[in-house]
Design a binder for this molecule. Sequence first.
Ligand SMILES: Cc1ncc(COP(=O)(O)O)c(C=O)c1O
Length: 397
Amino acid sequence: MTFLSKRINNLSESQTIKMAKLGRELSAKGIDVINLSFGEPDFFTPEFVKEAAKTAVDENYSYYTPVSGYLDLRKAVAEKLLRENNLTYNFDQIVVSTGAKQSLANAVMCLVDPGEEVIVPTPYWVSYSEMIKLADGESVFINATVENDFKITAAELEAAITPKTKLFMFSSPCNPTGSVYSNEELASLVTVFEKHPNIYIISDEIYEHINFVGKHASIAEFDSIKDRVILINGFSKSYAMTGWRVGYMAANKEIANACDKMQGQITSGTSSIAQRAALAAYEGGLATVNEMVAEFKKRRDIVYGLLQEIPGVKVNLPDGAFYFFPEIKSYFGKRNGDQTIHTAEDLSLYLLNEAHVSTVTGEAFGNEDCIRISYAAAEETLRDAVSRIKTALAKLN
Ligand SMILES: Cc1ncc(COP(=O)(O)O)c(C=O)c1O
């Protein structure tokens, strides 16, 4: 027996990866499984981005890269933040990483000391709570529900703050709910942060462009707190580049330097080829992104209509990202034959085995009453999936 560290033993297995694995196992048996547990666009990386990577290979971009990323990429990120978000950052405030995930982990590790509290609105993205655990921090959850579009209020934020609060961490557009905070909603949270100058804010904006309600609002736009905001973004979702592994943070110079030091000891700079591709993505404009977003919006409207027709399923209209997070707790206690549904995980497994549709239990996102359904799939597949879900749920009584 191997005696693994307490650190790794305390860490939870990723539920999204687990469901994808179970789905693959059923598929391997020849069963037609529809996988809606994925967290990635079902589109290809744009051609001009792929071409830039091929050129980089030919031009021998094969050496170690600067830890914080190539200078021209960091400058292109700063220009993007000015052009699209009206945010001024110098290139030395940008740290490019192996995906937004590493940027998030860097920031948590560099800011949180053991015992310090991190406020996280639920539902949250799966890895937040585990990153906080790795830093020996304490997660303090604020439960948002479908009734308030899964968003928290200033009063709820204020009530969660204690002298130990170090950090607040959220995503907008949100994975798993698709909720998007408006500028006014962010402004009301900012009034609270203004009263608490020792709290830092991680703003995960990886779904920035997949927004169906207009211009993205960033909490970094509020000058009174900008210096305490760690803005996280990347190329995975907007440019369908999940496998390329490029993300970044923009933060004050002290935090940026700390994160450079952290990843300098753990991973060094991310892939040279992927960075050249990312640079091309930001130089190439938003045409392909806009096409993808139009397609996502079409699918969102279709799936929203179909989900609303299912009895006992409560759903909000997501303003961004590519997920639904329906509340399905009305099915708890119901059964089909000898199978009784007690939890969201039971329901998610039931849908996999009965409807052959793979979803993710809300428990993975800190919410026990919901499941996450990704609509990163073709329209016909989505119609088929929701119809299968409806049929399987109708068998529960
Ligand atoms: C909210 C959120 N943040 C960060 C990430 C990680 O993105 P990346 O692929 O850039 O590491 C994801 C990916 O699913 C996400 O959903």
